[in-house]
Write a protein that binds this ligand. Structure first.
Ligand SMILES: *Cc1c(COP(=O)(O)O)cnc(C)c1O
Length: 393
């Protein structure tokens, strides 16, 4: 395997290494994909696309779902739906994958980076509220939107963000790329799922996500007009039934029928994937208790999927994150650091940061993700466990 393949999303890594997170593809996927191929509908027209969209909307509890070619495209569409334009500002997490924020830049708007709270590792709702209140008091324009990312399968404190945004009339976009299957079981959002609460939500089906289409994404909303407009924007803004009329600049962002066939099969297996992720997380939690590491957030009523199980190495351990990564690599364990904060990425180095504690930087400096593919065997997890134990022995 080339170095390039080894670093691709969902890659298996060097021979014998336990992978971080790889797709779980089985007989159902093979059957549906074969059906799609044999039907001749291999491109963006075909029955699996609609079936996948309908099943997805039902699964996450949204009225409408529009399939896209990637999660990044889905987010771009989400911001376009809300009318985000050049010179606008959008509040976004400082601590997230760059795919959350690039779509803001595609619209010409500027991200304003909000630091994380310790409780969920997601953007701090108190900082969002303070920023919106400060702008209102100073007579500054509101941001065009607030983007809430649910990192690593951990629901953000969305209710608090929605409360603050509601007071100022600012729409909320959810980046649920990493949190399909996560939701809330108590509190103001009890019974709701991440991605389907804000005005528009976006999901990803990239190879390393909990459910994959190879590459793909989904826009969800309860608003029929926004859904229709999403469909329009993703199909080159082609006006139906009038020949080649395109009434604005559109995008070729549709998902293919073959990819949708894969996605439908994955969706039908999602509950099993979530159950497996949670079981893997519980086992790691048990093993790591007492080592001094910070375990992934567990918040009452917030039902995380632990899409990517991640810990923080103890502050006072001189070996640090890189010491743990090197130790795990030497034991054939495919672990990885968490994301460098966006304020530290060259394209966003000039972005304004809200919050003074740099929790995002701390998560980056101390964070390590452990292997948690849904087909991780118990024997392989015990190999990871043994490597962890020997680090803290
Ligand atoms: C994966 C991801 C995206 C982008 O999705 P793609 O399908 O890879 O384009 C956006 N945001 C977050 C948080 C992600 O993890």
């Amino acid at each position: 395997m080339s170095a390039r393949e080894a670093h691709a999303p969902g890659a298996r890594g060097p021979e014998g290494t336990i992978p971080l997170a790889v797709p779980n593809i089985g007989a159902l996927e093979r059957d549906y994909v074969l059906r799609a191929v044999e039907s001749g509908f291999v491109s963006s027209v075909g029955p699996f696309v609609e079936e996948f969209e309908d099943a997805f909307a039902r699964r996450v509890g949204a009225r409408y779902a529009v399939a896209c070619s990637t999660g990044t495209a889905a987010l771009h569409v989400a911001f376009l739906l809300l009318g985000v334009r050049p010179q606008d500002e959008v509040l976004c997490s400082d601590f997230t994958f760059v795919g959350s924020v690039n779509p803001i830049a595609y619209t010409g708007a500027r991200p304003v980076l909000v630091d994380s709270e310790r409780a969920t590792w997601n953007l701090d709702p108190a900082l969002v509220a303070a920023e919106l209140d400060r702008r209102a008091a100073a007579g500054e324009p509101h941001p065009a939107a607030v983007e809430v990312v649910h990192v690593l399968g951990q629901p953000a404190d969305l209710a608090a963000v929605i409360e603050a945004c509601g007071r100022h009339g600012v729409p909320v976009v959810e980046d649920a790329a990493e949190s399909l299957g996560a939701g809330w079981s108590s509190g103001p959002l009890a019974g709701r799922q991440t991605g389907a609460v804000g005005r528009v939500g976006a999901f990803s089906f990239n190879g390393n996500k909990i459910a994959t289409t190879g590459g793909g994404g989904m826009v969800v909303t309860d608003d029929a007009d926004l859904a229709a407009r999403a469909r329009h924007l993703t199909t080159q803004a082609k006006v139906p039934d009038v020949g080649y009329l395109h009434d604005e600049v559109g995008y070729n962002y549709r998902l293919t029928n073959v990819a949708a066939a894969l996605g439908l099969a994955q969706l039908e297996r999602l509950d099993g994937f979530v159950e497996r992720k949670r079981a893997i997380a519980t086992r790691y939690d048990e093993v790591l208790a007492g080592t001094g590491v910070v375990l992934p957030p567990r918040v009452e009523g917030f039902d995380a999927t632990y899409w990517l199980y991640s810990l923080l190495v103890p502050e006072d351990d001189p070996r640090g994150r890189d010491g743990l990564l090197a130790h795990l690599a030497a034991h054939g364990v495919g672990a990885r650091a968490l994301w460098r904060p966006l304020h530290d990425q060259p394209p966003y180095a000039g972005a304004r940061v809200v919050g003074g504690e740099d929790v995002a930087g701390d998560l980056f400096r101390r964070g390590v993700s452990l292997p948690c593919a849904t087909d991780l065997t118990e024997a392989d997890q015990e190999r990871v466990v043994a490597a962890l134990r020997s680090f803290w022995a």
